[in-house]
Design a protein around this ligand. Structure first.
Ligand code: C5P
Length: 409
């Protein structure tokens, strides 16, 4: 997805072995639609050549404040003014210390000092040895940079080039891009705590078999990601799916409807919004055999008995907090036909203020979808688009409908 289309990013590199990952980062930024202007310190050029970064960004790299190519000879002013964001990756311990002190000995720090504070965000992806990262001076500097308005991204954890293991690795390039994309999203759900259910459930028949459905979880995961991008604290209760957890989202894995219900009940008191996107099995086997059910030679299948699963969403929607407007509940309806009538009926049956209809067979497993929003005032179509695009639109629609004072219990 071209999530950064139209954005101009100044990508700053300071000295550190993580510079080798900045090549990939540059590539991902341009793939996401951004134009990228690379600025490197002398130390960064010891780790990766400007030639590599020029080839990947398709622009000459700027290394010095004395670069005479700028007509007014003021690259430190021009570069910052043109940017939608300055992203420094890797940000070394020394670079952070310099920024804290407002030093401007080279072009990168000079440009950061000269950046229009209100208009051009500064994001830093620190990368250093674990001792350097945990040193009180570095931690103090990170806190001061945040207080000064910079976004200091978290560090990764794991093996380091020095042979040690711990905190201080640079975030992976994909994660940095996700953070940057999220940074540009409007914070319409800031202060909200959003609980999302996603995926199918799996209802065990015996230890090796069960009944489930074709829900891929993609729509619910996109909703979780979009809500987090919109500034919410997000918990995702996920049935059995093979999807990576969106950045910054807390995930609780479950298998069955009863487990999903228990997880939702444990979390719901903290939530201000519930988005129930899971395709919960309507029925489960009345009993799950302890051992694998064997063929007995009679040619007859085993007689399975089913019981109905609880309706998780309807249960929550009937709660005092939901009915009093402290918790906003959103349901999904996967229908095969008559979307509007079925969705409206389902909304009334489940007593939720907003129900999102989609055509089940057309959406399960797909990257794209089309939604029909149904509320007390009527319907609104969100036309065919990528699920993340739709999820962002849905987040904005939820935000628009929230009472001004939705608060957690
Ligand atoms: O009744 P139906 O399954 O079509 O309703 C779909 C909506 O209700 C979805 O939001 C789904 O997550 C939720 N649901 C639930 N618990 C169930 C069944 C559905 O939360 N047992």
């Amino acid at each position: 997805m071209k999530d950064l289309a139209g954005k101009h990013i100044v990508l700053g590199l300071s000295g550190g072995i993580a510079c080798y990952k900045s090549a990939e980062l540059c590539r991902l930024l341009t793939k996401a639609g951004a134009t990228v202007q690379v600025v490197m310190t002398g130390a960064a050029a010891q780790f990766i050549t400007p030639v590599t970064m020029q080839a990947l960004s398709n622009r000459p790299v700027v290394l010095s404040q004395w670069d005479a190519r700028e007509p007014n000879n003021m690259p430190h002013i021009n570069l910052g003014r043109e940017a939608d964001a300055i992203l420094i990756a890797p940000a070394s311990a020394d670079l952070m210390a310099q920024l804290v002190q407002g030093r401007a000995a080279d072009l990168l720090t000079l440009m950061c000092l000269a950046r229009p504070l209100e208009r051009v965000p500064l994001l830093l992806a620190p990368a250093m040895n674990r001792e350097m990262w945990s040193h009180p001076a570095t931690q103090r500097n990170a806190a001061q940079l945040r207080a000064d308005g910079a976004v200091v991204l978290p560090v990764g954890q794991g093996a380091q080039a020095c042979g040690e293991t711990g905190d201080g690795r640079m975030l992976e390039p994909e994660d940095i891009v996700d953070e940057l994309v999220a940074h540009f999203q409007p914070k319409v759900l800031r202060g909200q705590r959003v609980l999302v259910t996603a995926g199918p459930t799996f209802e065990a028949i015996d230890p090796v078999r069960g009944i489930t459905n074709h829900s891929s979880g993609k729509m619910g995961f996109a909703v979780a990601r979009a809500a987090r991008e919109a500034g919410a604290e997000v918990t995702l209760v996920a049935g059995p799916v093979h999807l990576p957890t969106p950045r910054g989202v807390r995930r609780i894995n479950v298998q069955s409807a009863l487990q999903m219900q228990a997880a939702v009940q444990a979390e719901i008191a903290q939530a201000t919004v519930l988005v129930a996107a899971a395709a919960v099995a309507d029925w489960r086997p009345a009993t799950s055999a302890e051992h694998k059910i064997k063929k007995d030679g009679s040619g007859l299948p085993p007689a399975l008995q089913f019981v109905e699963n609880p309706d998780i969403l309807a249960g929550v929607a009937a709660s005092e907090r939901a009915r009093s407007g402290q918790l906003f509940c959103v349901g999904f309806a996967a229908e095969s036909h008559d979307l509007e009538a079925n969705a409206q009926a389902k909304r009334l049956r489940k007593q939720v203020p907003l129900l999102v209809g989609n055509i089940g067979p057309a959406t399960f497993g797909q990257d794209d979808n089309a939604l029909l929003l149904v509320d007390a005032h009527g319907t609104q179509a969100l036309p065919h688009a990528n699920k993340l695009v739709l999820a962002r639109q849905l987040a904005a629609e939820i935000a628009r409908r929230l009472p001004a004072k939705a608060v957690a219990a």
